[in-house]
Design a protein around this ligand. Structure first.
Ligand SMILES: Nc1ncnc2c1ncn2[C@@H]1O[C@H](COP(=O)(O)OP(=O)(O)OP(=O)(O)O)[C@@H](O)[C@H]1O
Length: 277
């Protein structure tokens, strides 16, 4: 059966499904989602993806190149429709957007200064101007951009541009923050710095985040749970809970438990690395 992407909104928090013993509330359900890109050739990108996103969790997604990770994020934020199946998001508030997305390529507007780029996140919020401005300033400070609010993108480094994109996504306080390899274009040092900043930002707030990455280390360091996908057409082959408490010290990456988990995920990826269509 072919069903359109719905982003169904259950407005009553009390109506949320609760399924497991730890009573995690489900924020979104990806129900039997398949996607075939139809052009001169047909590209099956996702095959019957079934998954929950829990309220307040930091979910990371890993999988071989081209397995449909970005496609899945685009289905969650409604940029694309599934060929089959549906994505349902439980909305808890009427004045927050369902999702905001951060991409790998910074996606900031070169003709707007930092302040205006971040303000765009609130363009449809309906908030009065003074409140908008104070919320923008909170996030500029939080992401170390306070001194650069009048600067233009051409004056900023890659790391700062990505901070602008993250601030713009966060200022909107989306129900789900979607991040598609947001640090992939940064050099190793900057990538670590931004990982650490993100750890601090999410550590205290119980935000719902879905984060796609090629880096298993990043997936474990940041995630509460890792979804492992197979090669194209992507399926979910496993969901692995990350057993480390928060706040997390980035030094955690050196521990034997961390390295064991990384090895386990690597073996899973290797097993499912070959495309089947
Ligand atoms: N608009 C499109 N039209 C046709 N094929 C597409 C389109 N977008 C993506 N694809 C194909 O669908 C498959 C999944 O792409 P997608 O970008 O979702 O994978 P990914 O896992 O995010 O890739 P990567 O790891 O390289 O970032 C790939 O084979 C890609 O070439």
């Amino acid at each position: 059966m072919t069903t359109a992407h719905t982003n169904t909104m259950h407005t009553e928090v009390g109506s949320l499904e609760v399924t497991d013993s730890s009573a995690r509330q489900i924020k979104a359900t990806i129900r039997d989602v398949s996607k075939v890109y139809r052009g001169r050739t047909q590209v099956p990108a996702l095959d019957n993806v079934d998954a929950h996103i829990y309220d307040g969790e930091f979910l990371t997604i890993v999988g071989p190149s081209g397995c449909g990770k970005s496609t899945l994020l685009r289905m969650i934020n409604g940029l694309q429709r599934p060929s089959e199946g549906a994505v349902e998001i439980s909305k808890s508030s009427t004045d927050r957007p369902l999702t905001s997305m951060v991409f790998q390529d910074y996606s900031v507007y070169p003709w707007m200064n930092v302040f205006d780029n971040v303000s765009l996140g609130l363009a449809r919020s309906g908030l009065p101007k003074p409140e908008k401005h104070s919320r923008v300033r909170v996030w500029l400070d939080r992401l170390d951009l306070g001194k650069f609010e009048s600067a233009y993108p051409s004056e900023l480094s890659g790391g700062m541009l990505q901070r602008v994109a993250i601030a713009r996504a966060l200022v909107a306080e989306p129900e789900i923050l979607l991040m598609d390899e947001p640090f992939a274009a940064l050099d190793a040092q900057l990538r670590r710095r931004l990982q650490e900043e993100l750890l601090e930002i999410v550590g205290d707030a119980g935000r719902t985040v879905v984060f796609v990455t090629h880096s298993l280390e990043e997936a474990i360091l940041l995630g509460d749970r890792v979804l492992v996908m197979s090669a194209r057409p992507g399926r979910i082959v496993d969901s692995v809970d990350i057993p480390f408490d928060r706040p997390r010290d980035p030094e955690l990456r050196k521990s034997p438990e961390f390295r064991d988990l990384e090895e386990r995920l690597w073996l899973m990826l290797k097993e499912h690395a070959t495309a089947t269509a």
